[in-house]
Design a protein around this ligand. Structure first.
Ligand SMILES: Cc1cc2nc3c(=O)[nH]c(=O)nc-3n(C[C@H](O)[C@H](O)[C@H](O)COP(=O)(O)OP(=O)(O)OC[C@H]3O[C@@H](n4cnc5c(N)ncnc54)[C@H](O)[C@@H]3O)c2cc1C
Length: 275
């Protein structure tokens, strides 16, 4: 049975949470707890204290104004799935995180800061040109998703900072999400693809292609993007773009590098052909 005697700090406002974070930079931040509890149960985490954000209402909610959607760090996957102003592909992504229990409790902020290479949402923030609002007692800064995940499970978050929101600009083009796992629910991904393509005068004018689960951090496939932009989306151009994919996945308990390589190409090709 899980037994843990670390003290739990439970701020009721963002100001209180930031003040407590400044004093307890090594406390384990707790949002929905769906990742943290697994680490605790498995013995991978030996917390000295917890900073439980669950009662900080300022971190909840999703709103849109001025062409930008702001997703509070404590927004759950159920919240994201039901927010119609977000791209349908992001709402689809939300519906693939775990199953109903996890979607009701797991948060956007937890998925981002947990920084698992297999975190389903991570490639989507890259293709949506999202940025993350990070706050501490020192102030607020905005970090583009492309600069947030530095290395395996290492992020740009400073010890005294909290992730407070995700800022998603209203983007143009077709957005797609594809997760390949063992099952349709409760499956950790083997390959995740995020895709966004805009067109002008019959040619691709902007392309974003990002993968999760195929490297230590989620990353854009810039060679593929470069091969798509400026060209019409013909079968020959799609094949050339897919051939430009340069990823180096690893073998692990969920899959082999060969499988990931093959599937990453197949899903990209299929999604581009379907546009
Ligand atoms: C059965 C099961 C199935 C799952 N399936 C999936 C899946 O299909 N896809 C997937 O991507 N994930 C999956 N997960 C993982 C998890 O549910 C998600 O990553 C979820 O979004 C985590 O959110 P949380 O609020 O529970 O995070 P928590 O566990 O509370 O926190 C996760 C990490 O982020 C930190 N943190 C959280 N919020 C903040 C913040 N605002 N500021 C700073 N640090 C913060 C915590 O300290 C911790 O290190 C699954 C987990 C379980 C147990």
């Amino acid at each position: 049975m899980l037994s843990c005697t670390a003290p739990v700090h439970q701020p009721r406002s963002l100001a209180e949470a930031l003040a407590q974070r400044a004093v307890h930079p090594f406390a384990t931040v707790l949002a929905g707890g769906t990742d943290v509890m697994v680490y605790l149960e498995g013995g991978a985490l030996k917390p000295t204290a917890f900073l439980d954000l669950w009662r900080v209402d300022e971190l909840r909610g999703i709103s849109t104004s001025g062409g930008v959607t702001r997703i509070g760090a404590l927004a759950t996957w159920t919240d994201v799935a039901s927010y119609a102003a977000l791209p349908a592909a992001l709402r689809d992504c939300a519906r693939t995180v775990g199953a109903a229990q996890i979607q009701n409790r797991g948060t956007v902020g937890g998925n981002i800061v947990n920084a698992s290479p297999a975190g389903d949402s991570l490639p989507m923030w890259l293709v949506l040109d999202a940025s993350f609002e990070l706050r501490s007692w020192r102030g607020t800064r905005k970090v583009p998703a492309a600069e947030f995940w530095l290395a395996y499970k290492r992020t740009a978050l400073a010890p005294d900072e909290l992730l407070t929101a995700v800022i998603v600009p209203t983007v143009t083009g077709e957005v797609r999400y594809r997760k390949v796992g063992t099952r349709l629910a409760q499956a950790i991904s083997k390959v995740v693809l995020g895709l966004r393509v805009s067109f002008a005068e019959g040619r691709v004018s902007e392309a974003r292609v990002a993968y999760g689960s195929v490297g230590p951090v989620p990353a854009r496939a810039s060679a593929v993007e470069g091969r798509l932009v400026g060209h019409p989306l013909t079968e020959a151009n799609i094949d050339a773009a897919v051939a430009a994919l340069d990823i180096h996945p690893l073998d692990d308990i969920r899959s082999t590098a060969d499988y990931r390589n093959e599937v990453a190409r197949r899903v990209l090709r299929a999604e581009l052909i379907a546009l």
